[in-house]
Design a protein around this ligand. Structure first.
Ligand code: FE2
Length: 193
């Protein structure tokens, strides 16, 4: 049972003008798909050949961890985005953001600051801690909060340059503006519940 590449939850041009079809074609068909291919080569014939992606991530180090986590991180990231989405949060997550950060604007400012200063190929995440409060955490390379049993992962932004170089060159703040126009708050609420 090989790990499969999940279908993108939207058409490749659905996130324009914020994320182009060209970016999604490279990001999904080259980067995400390659992590799946490499992972399957690394688990074939091993004890983890029939394991779930989550189990593989939790029981791996080195290249197997990197490829498995990047498969999971990207699938999660696609679900964090949607056409005709973005703007202010709704539902329970809106209240939780106000509680933890003061307001949505303060949360956005804190997120942008954290993301802009996340060095190199990296991810920024919104997580729910065991006490129910929210936190913004940075990870590097393939590292993911999925491995932290004390938190629930709610939202992410991919900060590897392959996520934005075609559309925004190296200007990460402009990509973050695009990201805020696409955040799928319904998915964030599902994760929060
Ligand atoms: Fe990526």
């Amino acid at each position: 049972m090989a790990i499969e590449l999940p279908a993108l939850p939207f058409d490749k041009n659905a996130l324009e003008p914020h994320i182009s079809a060209e970016t999604l074609t490279f990001h999904y068909e080259k980067h995400h798909a390659t992590y799946v291919l490499k992972l399957n080569a690394l688990i074939e014939g091993t004890d983890l050949a029939n394991s779930s992606l989550e189990e593989i991530i939790k029981n791996s180090k080195g290249p197997r961890f990197n490829n498995a986590a990047q498969v999971w991180n990207h699938t999660f990231y696609w679900n964090c985005l949607a056409p005709n989405a973005g703007g202010a949060p709704t539902g329970a997550i809106a209240t939780a953001i106000e509680k933890s950060f003061g307001s949505f604007d303060e949360f956005k400012a804190a997120w942008n600051d954290k993301a802009v200063n996340n060095f190199g190929s990296s991810w920024t995440w919104l997580v729910k801690k065991s006490d129910g409060t929210l936190d913004i955490v940075n990870t590097s390379n393939a590292e993911t909060p999925l491995t932290d049993e004390t938190v629930t992962t709610l939202l992410t932004v991919d900060l590897w340059e392959h996520a934005y170089y075609i559309d925004y060159r190296n200007v990460r703040p402009n990509y973050l503006n695009g990201f805020w126009a696409l955040v799928n708050w319904d998915f964030v609420n599902q994760n929060f519940a």
